[in-house]
Design a protein around this ligand. Sequence first.
Ligand SMILES: *Cc1c(COP(=O)(O)O)cnc(C)c1O
Length: 424
Amino acid sequence: MQQNWRAFEREHIWHPYSSLGNPTDLYAVTSAQGCRLMLDDGTEVIDGMASWWCMIHGYNHPRLNDAIERQLHEMAHVMFGGLTHQPAVELAQRLLDLTPEPLQKVFFADSGSVSVEVAIKMALQYWQGRGKRRKQRLLTIRYGYHGDTFGAMSVCDPEGGMHRLFSGILPPQLFAPAPVTRPTESWDSADIAVFAQLIEQHADELAAVILEPVVQGAGGMRFYHPQYLREVRELCDRFGLLLIVDEIATGFGRTGKLFACEHAAVAADILCLGKALTGGYLSLAATLVSDEVARGVCAHEQVFMHGPTFMANPLACAVANASIELLLEGPWQQRVNAIHHHFEASLKPLSNNEHVAEVRSFGAIGVVEMKQTLDIARVQQGLIGQGVWLRPFGKLLYAMPPYTIEQEELQQLTDAICHVVENL
Ligand SMILES: *Cc1c(COP(=O)(O)O)cnc(C)c1O
């Protein structure tokens, strides 16, 4: 490779949510092991992000490596149109076993955003199949994040999701205020009032409600009361709407339950899974639907017009199977609880800091919300100096490490956060 590959990169390569004219700092990773990333200058940092929520077992895990290697020697890929393979069928079985009974059909996609597109398309097609063509809009809550493709973007938070760049192109969806009752507070029924009003007023044009259960991730790292989700489920039933639950960030244990819906004992009509599905190894997502939804989608012998090239990629399915097996046989819940208690104990003192608006945690997620927008580059430099990798955004400094993080690593992670906040 060219000596000046970093210079080449700055000229030619886009990174997430960045401007080519005004690039952010980039750190080059040469390898990763357990919860640690090795940088090319020899620095080792603890990954407090689990590579955007997905690397739940840590890097370079022998079981996951082995699953990929074994599948690689059978076949790396084969089209899913007209062909099938065991890793996909095995994975579908596992997902149906783990999720609530009503969910019975699986559509594999190649990324979370695509699984959300699939969910939205299915919801619209369902109502067509049921002869209610007016039901075409979606209702959601503020501060959501569902991906960066157009359908998904239309239900992201209208401000954080940059709707103004594409107004006139995005389908106009309905937004209720975000829930404000925290999981630890006692439920206030006023919290759902506006949502209930919207659903009642617009039921005949609404196809579905879509939301992230209990934890809103990239749209603001907010946690809300499970009763809100229960009431959303009841309202959907009462007014004839489908409920699309986006567990792409929360699925596979992050919130202390295998799926965040379990906090409310609620089943979705359509469920999106992704991120930690493959233990962070490869891009894969799934949209699960109930028999009733599937029947509506396929009424009058309609086909479902979607088929990603890499649908149900065998390598991704094989590593997903291994990752789920590994998760279920290990003490994931104790680990998530231990991380939670550590965040509670070690980050809470920051609430007294003059720059801090609020400290909160839920499951293996720790959030320090500042009063002012953070200088990301400076904060990141400070954290790297303390041997820690985080990617703050806006006013939010947050961590969600691999579940396998060691106690000393966790301590180093929260020490670094405290150090950086105290030295702002
Ligand atoms: C990350 C995320 C998505 C999008 O998934 P991609 O794989 O990045 O397309 C959708 N919904 C939620 C809740 C997410 O956290």
